[in-house]
Design a binder for this molecule. Structure first.
Ligand code: SAM
Ligand code: DTB
Ligand code: SF4
Length: 332
């Protein structure tokens, strides 16, 4: 394979054979590559599986906002911190379906419903009806509702859910510095339940939680060494929300964020790598480098769950200037 001679890291797996046995040293060696070598390798892998000029578009909606019992230090929706956030009970089904229709009309192919829950409780039946309704509109469905039992995962699948989002967020070692109300193993268990119920898995993490490069390597190693790679891997840049314990977290070097995308692409060649939260604080040039590093999915729409996202006009302009098209749009 024509990789740069300066590369010291191992060659990526050929497209036919996905690897699930990455060692920590191998992943760290990828992070240590010269930037250009890493991006070249990531773009080469990317082109073996994907059209490099297409991007999958998802739309997010917060169906239940705030007062979450978990203490995730990055999250504006945790009930443990005082953030300036209007709390909202579970939305009405009709309102969610109206948003889904609008998302479809604006070019989204997947509609992701997020709830600030430790896990589904009261209201779960209503969420199942939302999933049925969104699916009936012809959109791919995704939900992120916290911890699931095996039975809840099966109910979601039966209602027509395609994807379940459940992030591991950081390395197993750094996890307890960020969240104390659940464990890393709890997260892995829910991912297993989702997978066993036949759901596609969306799982990734956040860059900027005060983690070291080795933590980023361990996070990606954990995802890549799952029995099956997550189908979608969202890589979020921390949005520093006032009132959260991480509001003054140290800024991330943009090149280190791009490196994280590139390593995710190399380790998980067939997964969609999503350039997720934090685009509002990124330059167009930084986002372009993320696409070059192998990101091929993004959230579009004015809002993520509670935080701002670039406007649809900005995104249309960015994709147009880069000659990129949403997945599903006509070729010409
Ligand atoms: N409560 C559910 C859970 O934690 O799985 C679903 C909603 S939660 C907000 C979904 C994901 O959003 C988190 O796992 C985290 O990765 C991401 N997230 C939350 N706050 C963020 C922030 N300030 N910056 C970047 N990503 C964030
Ligand atoms: C993911 O990895 N990022 C999205 C989605 N999955 C659910 C959420 C980002 C949330 C950013 C903070 C907010 O809007 O509240
Ligand atoms: Fe709750 Fe999810 Fe926010 Fe954690 S990330 S506080 S679980 S909404």
């Amino acid at each position: 394979m024509p990789f740069a001679a300066a590369s010291v890291a191992p060659s990526p797996a050929p497209a036919a054979g996905l690897r699930h046995d990455w060692t920590e040293a191998e992943v760290e060696a990828l992070f240590a590559l010269p930037f250009n070598d890493l991006l070249y390798q990531a773009q080469t892998v990317h082109r073996q599986t994907f059209d490099a000029n297409r991007v999958q578009i998802s739309r997010l909606i917060s169906i239940k906002t705030g007062r979450c019992p978990e203490d995730c230090k990055y999250c504006p929706q945790s009930g443990h911190y005082n953030t300036d956030l209007p709390k909202e009970d579970l939305m009405e089904i009709e309102t969610v379906l109206e948003s889904a229709k609008a998302a479809k009309d604006s070019g989204a192919s997947r509609f992701c419903m997020g709830a600030a829950w430790k896990g589904p409780g009261k209201g779960f039946d209503k969420v199942l009806r939302m999933v049925e309704g969104v699916k009936a509109l012809g959109l791919e469905t995704c939900a992120t509702l916290g911890k699931l039992t095996a039975e809840q995962a099966t109910q979601l699948k039966a209602a027509g859910l395609d994807y379940y989002n459940h992030n591991i967020d950081t390395s197993p070692e750094h996890y307890k510095e960020i969240i104390t109300t659940r464990t890393f193993e709890d997260r892995l268990e829910t991912i297993d339940h989702a997978r066993e119920a036949g759901l596609k898995v969306c799982s990734g993490g956040i860059v900027g939680l005060g983690e070291k490069t080795d933590d980023r390597a361990r996070m990606l190693q954990t995802l890549a060494n799952m029995d099956r790679h997550p189908d979608s891997v969202p890589i979020n840049l921390l949005i520093k929300v006032p009132g959260t314990p991480l509001e003054n977290a140290e800024a991330v070097d943009p090149f280190d964020f791009i490196r994280t995308i590139a390593v995710a692409r190399i380790l998980m060649p067939r997964s969609y790598v999503r350039l997720s939260a934090g685009r509002q604080s990124m330059s167009d040039e930084m986002q372009a480098l993320c696409f070059l590093a192998g990101a091929n999915s993004m959230f579009c729409g004015e809002r993520l769950l509670t935080c701002d996202n670039p406007s649809p006009d900005q995104d249309r302009s960015l994709l147009g200037r880069l000659g990129m098209k949403p997945e599903g749009a006509p070729q010409v």
